[in-house]
Design a protein around this ligand. Structure first.
Ligand SMILES: Cc1cc2nc3c(=O)[nH]c(=O)nc-3n(C[C@H](O)[C@H](O)[C@H](O)COP(=O)(O)OP(=O)(O)OC[C@H]3O[C@@H](n4cnc5c(N)ncnc54)[C@H](O)[C@@H]3O)c2cc1C
Ligand code: FES
Length: 250
């Protein structure tokens, strides 16, 4: 069942400043890595005194196992703040899985993520055999989320302030020779644009403000290299880097 359904929270875990919420979704289709869901708390989702209800918010699936879905939340505003507050037995509205996820490749994959953008890469890493994973965070506190990558991978970490791992940008960890490699990336627009400009095979998972999540509102468009626009929610969120005119700053 693809439509909106209420799912029960079965676990809540913290990783530094991030929260992972697991829900039980026994009847939903299994998501592909890189797909996303539109989420809304069943209780207290705006609409209090003097408030209007919030729209659902878009979130990548972090992990999917045996009817259980995990989501990773970063507290950037009222919606994420409320979702991070969910605990066992609370209910969550979800719609999905939505969009086009990562495409398979015959090339050597390198996964590269920044901040909360690691979420769809964790889902991808779960399907690969010990892939190379490079993760960038603000500081050691945020870098605790690197522990989410399992499957035999030991991610290389960078931090902006040098408090964990390499001091610098995550793109500095890329090998000089990228022949035979395909990059799989999600993170801040500046990171994705730097990867797009490398001109090597790459898949980029974009973010965009999304009002509907399924192609109806055209609020999420991104410019294409050949002219025109694509809707991030139905044509993406994962795009081949060569398809894109640029990765727009939010
Ligand atoms: C496909 C997709 C997957 C995503 N996956 C995750 C995820 O796994 N974990 C996670 O924490 N977040 C994820 N996001 C981002 C998440 O949807 C936004 O952070 C959330 O909607 C913000 O809602 P809010 O009410 O907390 O903040 P708001 O008050 O709505 O926004 C707070 C600030 O963030 C900016 N913002 C809001 N939404 C977006 C957006 N979609 N892209 C860029 N800037 C935005 C606003 O302009 C504002 O400055 C994803 C977004 C997309 C489109
Ligand atoms: S979010 Fe409505 S068309 Fe993409």
């Amino acid at each position: 069942m693809f439509g909106r359904r209420a799912c029960t929270v079965v676990e809540r875990t913290t990783y530094g400043p991030y929260v992972v919420v697991d829900v039980h979704d026994p009847d939903g289709p299994a998501p592909a890595p890189g797909q996303f869901y539109m989420l809304a708390a069943v209780e207290r989702w705006g609409g209090g005194d003097g408030e209007r209800p919030f729209l659902p918010r878009a979130f990548s699936v972090l992990r999917a196992r045996e009817g259980r879905l995990s989501f990773l939340f970063d507290d950037v505003g009222p919606g994420t703040n409320r979702l991070m507050d969910l605990d066992r037995e609370d209910e969550l509205w979800l719609t999905g899985p939505l969009g086009e996820g990562w495409r398979p490749t015959d090339r050597r994959p390198i996964l590269i993520g920044g901040g909360v953008g690691i979420a769809p890469l964790v889902a991808l890493a779960d399907t690969l055999d010990a892939p190379e994973v490079l993760l960038g965070f603000r500081d050691a506190h945020h870098a605790q989320a690197a522990a989410l990558v399992t499957q035999g991978s030991d991610p290389s970490v960078t931090t902006d302030d040098g408090s964990a791992g390499h001091h610098g940008l995550v793109t500095e960890l890329l090998p000089d020779d990228l022949s035979g490699v395909e990059l799989f990336a999600c993170g801040p627009p500046a990171m994705l644009e730097a990867i797009r400009r490398l001109g090597v095979p790459a898949q980029l998972a974009l973010e965009s403000g999304m009002a509907c999540g399924f192609g109806a509102c055209f609020g999420c468009v991104t410019p294409l290299a050949e002219g025109g626009y694509a809707r991030v929610c139905v044509d993406g969120p994962v795009f081949a880097a060569a398809e894109l005119a640029e990765v727009p700053a939010h």
